[in-house]
Write a new protein. Sequence first.
Length: 339
Amino acid sequence: MGAIAPRAHDFVSARYGSTMPAMSNTTSPSSPASLGQTAGFFMAGLGAVLFSAKAIVVKFTYEYGIDAVTLIAFRMLFSLPFFAAIAWYQARQARRGLLPVLTRKECLTVIVLGLIGYYLSSFLDFLGLRFITAGLERLILFLSPTLVLLITAFWLKRRIAPRQWVALGLSYAGVLLVFAHDVHQGGDEVLLGSFFVFCSALTYSVYLIGSGELIKRVGATRLVAYAMSVSSIASLIQFFVVHSPDQLIQPMGVYGWSVVHATVNTVIPVFLIMWAVARIGAPMASQLGLLGPVSVLFLAAWALGEPITALQLAGTALVLTGIFVLTARRPSPTLPSGK
């Protein structure tokens, strides 16, 4: 991820690693490069939608009366085999000398990052979803790039450019607009849920910053596999500390939605976005990630009956505009061609 504190427009690369250069505009529409770029657009968009749809699946799972501890434990239980298999393969490659062997300090860093970025962040997110709408949850989580910017500005004393201040103002104005609308409808529960989800976005931002140097040496796939495995183990330990083993017996619906959550909303989008970044680059994949909050707004209306109001649409538009301004790369000046 470059420096220890990734820039906000590197949000996707901070999560999924280094990128390949963007495809040339001069490629033929039927060329392999053009087809690969089209596939990258599709993967990035679909990955963003599947990630965002997680909130819908969580809402359906909560209807069975389970708590957040059980919900995250079952999600991690069903996703652990996938990430553990990848982690085992990556570790095997390292033992063969094909990948760098992690030092003790790096192993400890991976454990801490897994606990903060995937276990704690997910747990706080699921707690918040008990009290707020799926649309508001997705907008708050989408503030992560702005939190990365603010943390690096105050922690590392980096100046925030005027364009970035505009993006911050738009993003937080949009969230406050939707937040005020939902508080009017839901009262104190919305305050509590929004606090949990904001803390989730904050902890994930800390993960993005903390994993900056490590991902350069470890690689995106390896880091995600290790961190998710750590998170899965922590979630299962928490479950058995809080609940007795007989709580593993749940209605079939809990198992079904948990499998969907673990695969369709976790494992598949992780790899879709990693593959998209490799084909179209992190900045473009980040822009396509804007489909997430829009898709969940309409999915929640269709699947959960959450109303879509003018205030929600206006707030969503402000947040997306702010994130677009923040993550868009400024065009580099062109040099004279000499012709």
